[in-house]
Design a protein around this ligand. Sequence first.
Ligand SMILES: Cc1ncc(COP(=O)(O)O)c(C=O)c1O
Length: 399
Amino acid sequence: MDILVKSEDLINKDQIYVLPNSKRYNLTLVRGNGAYVYDAEGNEYLDFLAGISVCNFGHCNPRINQVIKDQLDKLIHTSNLYYTENQPELARMISEISFPGRTFFCNSGTEANEAALKLIRYRGNSISKGKNIILSLTGSFHGRSSGSLALTGQKKHQEGFEPILPNVFHVQFEDINDLKKHFNDDIAGIFMEPIQGESGVHPISKEFAVEVRRLCDQYDALLIFDEIQTGLGRTGTYFGYEHFGIIPDGFTLAKSLANGLPIGAFHIKESFKDFLPPGKHASTFGGNPLTTRAGIEVIHILYDGLLNHVQEMSKLLIQSLESLKNKYKLIIDIRGRGLMIGIDLSVHSKDFLDNAHSERLLCNAIGDHTIRFLPPLIITQKEIDLFNNKVDHILSKLL
Ligand SMILES: Cc1ncc(COP(=O)(O)O)c(C=O)c1O
């Protein structure tokens, strides 16, 4: 088989053979290193998207790549019929950085949410006949499989796929009165993102999160945080929920857990471990020795002082955006936590993005006016200075 290296050839082939469900930008990326990616023609791009918060530890991170290479030559897969290396250690580490519990492994974010949803329903049904209602928030994004799609609080993603999984209802984002109206004994659980990412970087408030915890305790419902985008250091702490001073009953992870290898995980408190008994849920690939080995290294890297680094870089990134906001007045809002930052613009986000690509900066546009930045957590002052120069140039062209 020939190896295609020219952008044009790759694009032509993609457009003939790949299902056209993804709207792609006109960029062909073939190589990566740290915070940079390179197109087929060798041009360098500063990556402030990190594969949508997946390659958080840098492209081709040497520590992670080395353990993947070693594991590749040892054992890739056996199935979950047997005990294997790495899965138990990664599960132990996830407990260590969160709270004592059990972890189920799968291959993506949507699968992690499916597992959580099934556990919530199974437990609810085992308590009483009507306890099967699941809540999530308007504006949320929880994935594309049928269960996660029902949780996702954005009609545009659900349209055309009706009937949607029943007994899932959406509470108005940040509306405590609406939250209270939705709660009763039939609520089996609630899903929330600590910061809604796909709808434009909208953090939930501590006040709202604390009230959700209180209502879950009152009505014996499970609180699950979807930490798929916010987890593992992205917001400057291991998990986004740490900013609220509460402990959920469980959370889901995926994206950066293996720095680019497909993995998902659902962690649940020890006391709820028996609500997905053998035969009720499983994954063929989930938790295989390869992806979980990468996950172990990811958590070792977090242990080595990366959280403090994220907090420092976050300050620098926000300072940079604040100064650009003062200079150009085209930025009208800056929000987020850690290295998950969104800006609202008075100009169209598509115009910003087109110019960003010409400036060789990767980020993404959400809706008509929002730009999301998710740089790898390993960026340094050098990348922030470069980012500042590029955004300065982009904004000057949009005046
Ligand atoms: C918060 C959140 N949940 C779930 C998902 C779905 O993850 P996946 O695409 O791996 O299924 C995403 C993906 O963007 C996400 O951001």
